[in-house]
Ligand binder design. Structure first.
Ligand SMILES: [Fe+2]
Length: 309
């Protein structure tokens, strides 16, 4: 049975924002007073599988994160779950399980925004999470959107790359935005010049050395960066995919690699968790929170100052 994440009766408006559909749930006055408009929750790589028993670590991590968010006195104005929602290849049962796990966020009135990664399947995602599908997608066959907050606009991109056609189509590990999505992003950024722009996509860019050149990253990183760097309102690019935590800068744009919710890539140094961003007029504090409370990452803050412009 398809799962609808938004309860229609709670949805008060549906706006067209530069071609992207943004939904917001209705809030009672007491709930609305708990929302901090400058606070964003960032999760990624939830990797939920249909076959996971409730006690398995991966769904337990997401359940704990969701419970923490719902219990917050100052709730985030947006929860972004930045790709690789499903365990390995995006089966219907994966998304049904994922929807059940994150349902408390929507029941609490928190706007949840989803992007797709290389372990997702766009068609199956839309089959199960029907409310996610835009009636008129601004980019053909891509799941994109814009979220407007008082201190920043969030541009949510779709870096899931498929090769082949029809029944032969398959997803590959590398990411690709494609010319149409880049053109859409350029138009949208030009239409929103005055406010800091934060760009979210699942894949890391391939730029420079070190982790920025992680081979599974975004194939069209160079044209993306030309597009972003030439628009001074773009301040940060936020990604997952690596299941690690890092912070670099390239051409004035901060690159924040946020930890996976599900499992780690490097047992010796990494752990699972999520990220809370607190926006100011000049930048943002990105705080890592981890499931393993004693881990060195827990409570670690990246203080990020926006470039001038
Ligand atoms: Fe990934």
């Amino acid at each position: 049975m398809p799962i609808h994440l938004s309860t229609p009766s709670r949805r008060t408006f549906l706006t067209q924002l530069g071609g992207a559909v943004v939904c917001a749930p209705a809030l009672h006055a007491a709930e609305a007073a708990r929302v901090d408009a400058d606070r964003i929750a960032i999760l990624n790589d939830t990797h939920i599988g249909a076959q996971h028993p409730a006690s398995a670590s991966i769904p337990t991590h997401l359940r704990e994160t969701v419970a923490w968010l719902v219990a917050q006195e100052r709730r985030p104005a947006a929860v972004v779950i930045n790709g690789d929602l499903a365990l390995s290849n995006g089966r219907p049962g994966d998304y049904a399980h994922f929807a059940r796990l994150i349902a408390p966020l929507r029941e609490a009135g928190m706007p949840v925004h989803l992007t797709l990664g290389n372990h997702d399947d766009r068609d199956v995602f839309y089959q199960v999470l029907q409310a996610e599908k835009a009636a008129e997608p601004p980019v053909v066959s891509r799941h994109v959107g814009v979220v407007t907050l008082p201190k920043a606009n969030l541009f949510l991109l779709d870096s899931l790359k498929t090769v082949g056609q029809g029944a032969e189509a398959r997803v590959v590990a590398q990411g690709l935005l494609g010319a149409e999505q880049l053109a859409w992003l350029g138009r949208l950024l030009d239409a929103h010049p005055g406010k800091p722009a934060l760009v979210f996509a699942h894949h890391n860019p391939r730029l420079g050395g070190g982790e920025l050149h992680y081979p599974g990253g975004l194939e069209d990183s160079e044209p993306l960066w030309d597009l972003l760097a030439s628009r001074p309102q773009v301040k940060a690019y936020i990604h997952g995919h690596i299941h690690d935590r890092s912070h670099y800068q390239h051409r004035g744009i901060h690159i924040l690699n946020t930890p996976a919710t599900s499992y780690v890539s490097k047992q010796s140094t990494s752990t699972t968790g999520w990220t809370m961003a607190q926006l100011s007029d000049q930048g943002a504090d990105f705080t890592t929170l981890t499931h393993e409370k004693a881990h060195a990452w827990n409570g670690k803050v990246e203080k990020v100052a926006w470039r001038v412009g």
